[in-house]
Design a protein. Sequence first.
Length: 172
Amino acid sequence: MNEPTKTKNLDRNGLPALPWSRARDLLATQTPKENLTFFVGTVRPDGRPHAAGVGAIWVDDALYFVSGPGTRRARNLAANPACSVSVRLNGLDLTLEGEAEHVADPATLDRVAAVYREGGWPATVESGGFTAPFMAPSAGPAPWFLYRLRLTRAIGVAGAEPHGASRWDFSR
C-alpha cells in the first residue's frame, strides 16, 4: 500500500492533520462512478505550464489517466514526466504530485480497462493502449496511452467535517 512517509498539518486554525486514508478512500469510492473532473498539469519543453481535464481513476492504490499520444499532455510527459493532478472530491480538494509513467503491460491495461468499464467508459485493450467507441474530441485517434502517477506528494483541503488541511509526502 502506498502510505505517506511524512504528514504535515497545514491548518492554521488548530485543527488536527487530516489522515491520508480519507483522501485515499474518497479516490477509491468516487472513481470511476462519480462525475469528477481531474486536471493534469504538465510542463511544456519551453517551461510554460499546461493543464487539461482528464478522466482519471484510482485502481489498486494508484491513480491512472489516459491521453492521446499526439496531445500536448502526452508530448509534455514524454519530455518531462513531472506532473500534478487535481480534483474536487466530495468534501476534499486534492492535488497529487509525482511523475507519470506510460503503462503498456497487458495485465495492468486489462485491470484498468475493467474499472473504466464499471464507470461507463467502454474501454478495451488494443495495441498497448485503449480504444472505445467514444473519447474526448481532443484526444485524437486510438489507441490512447495509459499513465500511472507515481505519487510523491499530495495536498488535501477539507471542505466538509472534519475540516483541516494536510500535506502527505511519499518516498520513492
